[in-house]
Design a protein around this ligand. Structure first.
Ligand code: 1GP
Length: 256
Protein backbone atom coordinates (compact mmCIF):
# COMPACT_ATOMS: atom_id res chain seq x y z
CA UNK A 1 0.00 0.00 0.00
CA UNK A 2 2.85 2.41 0.80
CA UNK A 3 5.40 0.82 -1.52
CA UNK A 4 7.52 3.59 -3.03
CA UNK A 5 5.62 6.31 -1.17
CA UNK A 6 7.03 5.98 2.32
CA UNK A 7 9.14 9.12 2.28
CA UNK A 8 6.09 11.08 1.16
CA UNK A 9 4.08 9.51 4.00
CA UNK A 10 6.74 10.34 6.61
CA UNK A 11 7.37 13.84 5.28
CA UNK A 12 3.69 14.74 5.37
CA UNK A 13 3.37 13.46 8.93
CA UNK A 14 6.57 15.22 10.01
CA UNK A 15 5.25 18.49 8.61
CA UNK A 16 1.75 18.19 10.06
CA UNK A 17 2.11 16.29 13.35
CA UNK A 18 3.98 17.17 16.54
CA UNK A 19 5.93 13.91 16.55
CA UNK A 20 5.98 10.41 15.12
CA UNK A 21 6.44 7.06 16.79
CA UNK A 22 8.13 4.10 15.15
CA UNK A 23 8.21 0.55 16.43
CA UNK A 24 11.40 -1.39 15.86
CA UNK A 25 10.97 -5.10 15.27
CA UNK A 26 14.02 -7.28 15.74
CA UNK A 27 13.91 -9.95 13.00
CA UNK A 28 16.12 -12.38 14.94
CA UNK A 29 14.15 -15.65 14.95
CA UNK A 30 16.68 -17.40 17.16
CA UNK A 31 15.08 -15.97 20.31
CA UNK A 32 11.47 -15.24 19.33
CA UNK A 33 8.71 -16.66 17.18
CA UNK A 34 6.63 -15.22 14.37
CA UNK A 35 3.67 -15.42 16.74
CA UNK A 36 5.38 -13.32 19.42
CA UNK A 37 6.42 -10.77 16.79
CA UNK A 38 2.86 -10.54 15.48
CA UNK A 39 1.61 -9.93 19.02
CA UNK A 40 3.97 -6.97 19.33
CA UNK A 41 2.94 -5.65 15.92
CA UNK A 42 -0.76 -5.84 16.69
CA UNK A 43 -0.19 -4.13 20.03
CA UNK A 44 1.87 -1.31 18.49
CA UNK A 45 -0.57 -0.90 15.59
CA UNK A 46 -3.53 -0.60 17.97
CA UNK A 47 -1.58 1.88 20.09
CA UNK A 48 -1.14 4.13 17.04
CA UNK A 49 2.51 3.70 16.03
CA UNK A 50 3.18 5.40 12.68
CA UNK A 51 5.43 2.82 11.04
CA UNK A 52 7.42 -0.33 11.67
CA UNK A 53 11.16 -0.63 11.31
CA UNK A 54 12.69 -4.08 10.85
CA UNK A 55 16.33 -4.67 11.64
CA UNK A 56 19.05 -5.33 14.12
CA UNK A 57 22.81 -5.17 14.37
CA UNK A 58 23.56 -8.85 14.53
CA UNK A 59 21.23 -10.79 12.26
CA UNK A 60 21.31 -10.23 8.54
CA UNK A 61 19.60 -13.32 7.22
CA UNK A 62 17.45 -12.46 4.23
CA UNK A 63 15.10 -15.44 4.65
CA UNK A 64 14.18 -14.56 8.26
CA UNK A 65 13.88 -10.88 7.48
CA UNK A 66 11.54 -11.56 4.59
CA UNK A 67 9.42 -13.89 6.75
CA UNK A 68 9.22 -11.25 9.48
CA UNK A 69 8.26 -8.49 7.02
CA UNK A 70 5.42 -10.63 5.64
CA UNK A 71 4.29 -11.53 9.16
CA UNK A 72 4.20 -7.83 10.12
CA UNK A 73 2.15 -7.06 7.04
CA UNK A 74 -0.47 -9.58 8.08
CA UNK A 75 -1.13 -7.49 11.20
CA UNK A 76 -0.81 -3.90 10.01
CA UNK A 77 -1.31 -1.73 6.96
CA UNK A 78 1.24 0.87 8.14
CA UNK A 79 4.60 1.19 6.35
CA UNK A 80 7.24 -1.45 6.98
CA UNK A 81 10.72 0.01 6.62
CA UNK A 82 13.95 -1.94 6.66
CA UNK A 83 16.48 -0.68 9.20
CA UNK A 84 19.42 -2.56 7.70
CA UNK A 85 22.18 -4.01 9.79
CA UNK A 86 24.04 -5.11 6.68
CA UNK A 87 23.69 -5.55 2.91
CA UNK A 88 21.75 -8.77 3.22
CA UNK A 89 19.11 -7.30 5.53
CA UNK A 90 16.71 -6.25 2.76
CA UNK A 91 13.34 -7.69 1.80
CA UNK A 92 11.55 -6.91 -1.43
CA UNK A 93 8.27 -7.21 0.48
CA UNK A 94 9.12 -4.16 2.61
CA UNK A 95 7.75 -0.76 1.64
CA UNK A 96 11.07 1.07 1.85
CA UNK A 97 14.48 0.95 3.48
CA UNK A 98 16.47 3.46 5.42
CA UNK A 99 19.66 4.00 3.43
CA UNK A 100 21.71 4.87 6.44
CA UNK A 101 25.32 5.76 6.84
CA UNK A 102 26.95 5.33 10.23
CA UNK A 103 28.76 8.64 10.02
CA UNK A 104 30.85 8.17 13.16
CA UNK A 105 32.12 4.68 12.35
CA UNK A 106 35.86 4.04 12.26
CA UNK A 107 35.28 1.61 9.41
CA UNK A 108 34.53 2.80 5.87
CA UNK A 109 32.38 -0.30 5.36
CA UNK A 110 29.64 1.13 7.59
CA UNK A 111 29.96 4.64 6.15
CA UNK A 112 29.86 3.92 2.41
CA UNK A 113 31.25 0.56 1.26
CA UNK A 114 28.25 -1.51 2.36
CA UNK A 115 26.08 1.03 0.52
CA UNK A 116 28.00 0.44 -2.69
CA UNK A 117 27.24 -3.27 -2.32
CA UNK A 118 23.60 -2.72 -1.35
CA UNK A 119 22.49 0.04 -3.74
CA UNK A 120 22.12 -2.21 -6.82
CA UNK A 121 19.90 -4.58 -4.80
CA UNK A 122 17.50 -1.73 -4.06
CA UNK A 123 17.38 -0.77 -7.73
CA UNK A 124 16.76 -4.37 -8.78
CA UNK A 125 13.92 -4.74 -6.28
CA UNK A 126 12.56 -1.25 -6.68
CA UNK A 127 12.87 -0.74 -2.92
CA UNK A 128 12.57 2.92 -1.94
CA UNK A 129 15.73 4.22 -0.23
CA UNK A 130 15.31 6.92 2.42
CA UNK A 131 18.63 8.48 3.31
CA UNK A 132 19.35 8.66 7.01
CA UNK A 133 22.46 9.83 8.84
CA UNK A 134 23.11 7.46 11.72
CA UNK A 135 25.11 8.77 14.66
CA UNK A 136 25.84 6.60 17.67
CA UNK A 137 26.16 8.16 21.11
CA UNK A 138 27.56 6.54 24.26
CA UNK A 139 26.86 3.86 25.47
CA UNK A 140 26.11 2.62 21.92
CA UNK A 141 25.29 -0.97 22.91
CA UNK A 142 25.51 -3.61 20.16
CA UNK A 143 25.13 -1.14 17.30
CA UNK A 144 28.14 0.79 18.59
CA UNK A 145 30.24 -2.34 18.94
CA UNK A 146 29.33 -3.93 15.59
CA UNK A 147 29.42 -0.60 13.78
CA UNK A 148 32.88 0.19 15.19
CA UNK A 149 31.56 3.58 16.22
CA UNK A 150 33.79 6.34 17.48
CA UNK A 151 31.10 6.92 20.13
CA UNK A 152 30.08 10.51 20.75
CA UNK A 153 30.60 11.26 24.47
CA UNK A 154 27.35 11.95 26.30
CA UNK A 155 28.68 15.25 27.61
CA UNK A 156 29.70 16.55 24.16
CA UNK A 157 26.45 17.69 22.49
CA UNK A 158 28.34 20.09 20.24
CA UNK A 159 30.07 17.17 18.54
CA UNK A 160 26.70 15.54 17.82
CA UNK A 161 25.38 18.85 16.49
CA UNK A 162 28.38 19.22 14.17
CA UNK A 163 27.88 15.71 12.83
CA UNK A 164 24.18 16.37 12.26
CA UNK A 165 24.89 19.63 10.46
CA UNK A 166 27.45 17.91 8.26
CA UNK A 167 24.79 15.29 7.48
CA UNK A 168 22.31 18.00 6.51
CA UNK A 169 24.86 19.72 4.27
CA UNK A 170 25.69 16.43 2.55
CA UNK A 171 22.00 16.01 1.82
CA UNK A 172 20.69 13.38 4.23
CA UNK A 173 16.92 13.60 4.69
CA UNK A 174 16.98 12.87 8.42
CA UNK A 175 19.39 12.24 11.27
CA UNK A 176 19.15 9.49 13.88
CA UNK A 177 20.72 9.92 17.32
CA UNK A 178 21.13 6.37 18.60
CA UNK A 179 22.14 5.30 22.11
CA UNK A 180 21.94 1.62 21.11
CA UNK A 181 19.10 -0.83 21.41
CA UNK A 182 18.44 -1.72 25.05
CA UNK A 183 20.92 0.93 26.21
CA UNK A 184 20.89 1.61 29.93
CA UNK A 185 21.11 5.35 29.25
CA UNK A 186 19.25 7.21 26.52
CA UNK A 187 20.72 10.00 24.41
CA UNK A 188 20.90 13.02 26.78
CA UNK A 189 17.95 15.41 26.34
CA UNK A 190 20.38 18.36 26.22
CA UNK A 191 22.13 16.79 23.25
CA UNK A 192 18.85 16.31 21.38
CA UNK A 193 17.99 19.94 22.09
CA UNK A 194 21.28 21.23 20.75
CA UNK A 195 21.12 19.08 17.62
CA UNK A 196 17.47 19.93 16.88
CA UNK A 197 18.21 23.65 17.25
CA UNK A 198 21.25 23.39 15.03
CA UNK A 199 19.81 21.57 12.00
CA UNK A 200 16.75 21.83 9.77
CA UNK A 201 16.36 18.12 9.05
CA UNK A 202 14.13 15.97 11.27
CA UNK A 203 15.83 14.33 14.25
CA UNK A 204 15.11 10.73 15.29
CA UNK A 205 15.94 9.54 18.80
CA UNK A 206 16.19 5.93 19.92
CA UNK A 207 17.83 3.54 22.31
CA UNK A 208 16.67 2.77 25.84
CA UNK A 209 13.42 4.77 25.75
CA UNK A 210 11.09 3.14 28.27
CA UNK A 211 8.80 5.83 29.64
CA UNK A 212 6.31 8.46 28.56
CA UNK A 213 8.37 11.09 30.41
CA UNK A 214 11.46 10.28 28.35
CA UNK A 215 9.55 10.37 25.06
CA UNK A 216 7.85 13.65 25.96
CA UNK A 217 11.17 15.23 27.02
CA UNK A 218 12.74 14.34 23.66
CA UNK A 219 9.86 15.81 21.70
CA UNK A 220 9.99 18.97 23.85
CA UNK A 221 13.70 19.12 23.02
CA UNK A 222 12.89 19.05 19.31
CA UNK A 223 12.93 15.38 18.29
CA UNK A 224 10.46 14.53 15.53
CA UNK A 225 10.59 10.74 15.70
CA UNK A 226 10.76 8.46 18.69
CA UNK A 227 11.87 4.86 18.13
CA UNK A 228 11.09 2.06 20.57
CA UNK A 229 11.98 -1.61 20.26
CA UNK A 230 13.10 -3.26 23.49
CA UNK A 231 10.30 -1.60 25.45
CA UNK A 232 7.72 -3.37 23.28
CA UNK A 233 9.45 -6.71 23.74
CA UNK A 234 9.33 -6.12 27.49
CA UNK A 235 5.76 -4.93 27.95
CA UNK A 236 3.77 -6.90 25.39
CA UNK A 237 4.31 -10.34 26.99
CA UNK A 238 3.25 -8.81 30.31
CA UNK A 239 0.02 -7.50 28.81
CA UNK A 240 0.60 -4.00 30.11
CA UNK A 241 -2.63 -2.63 28.69
CA UNK A 242 -2.58 0.77 27.08
CA UNK A 243 0.90 1.96 28.11
CA UNK A 244 2.20 2.46 24.58
CA UNK A 245 -1.03 4.15 23.49
CA UNK A 246 -0.48 6.64 26.32
CA UNK A 247 3.07 7.39 25.19
CA UNK A 248 1.99 7.90 21.59
CA UNK A 249 -0.96 10.04 22.57
CA UNK A 250 1.28 12.16 24.81
CA UNK A 251 3.85 12.92 22.10
CA UNK A 252 1.21 13.60 19.47
CA UNK A 253 -0.95 15.91 21.53
CA UNK A 254 1.77 18.02 23.16
CA UNK A 255 1.66 21.75 22.77
CA UNK A 256 5.11 22.92 21.82
C1 1GP B 1 17.50 0.81 18.06
O1 1GP B 1 17.21 2.86 19.04
C2 1GP B 1 16.53 1.76 18.60
O2 1GP B 1 18.02 1.34 16.91
C3 1GP B 1 15.64 1.14 19.60
O3 1GP B 1 16.24 0.98 20.84
O4 1GP B 1 15.45 -1.26 21.51
O5 1GP B 1 16.27 0.36 23.23
O6 1GP B 1 14.10 0.74 22.07
P1 1GP B 1 15.46 0.17 21.98
Amino acid sequence: MYKGRVWKYLKTKIETETALHMSLIDPDLTFQTIKSIQRIVKYAHDAGTDAFMVGGSTIADQISIDKVVLAIKEKTDRPVIIFPGNVNAFSNNADATFFMSLLNSNNLYWIIRSHVLGAPILKLWNLEPISLAYIIIEPGATAGFIGEAHLIPRNKPKIAAAYALAAQYIGFKMVYLEAGSGANETVPVEMVKMVANFVDIPVFVGGGINTKEQAVAFVKAGAKLIVQGTYLEKIVPKDKGAELAEIIKAIKTMNL
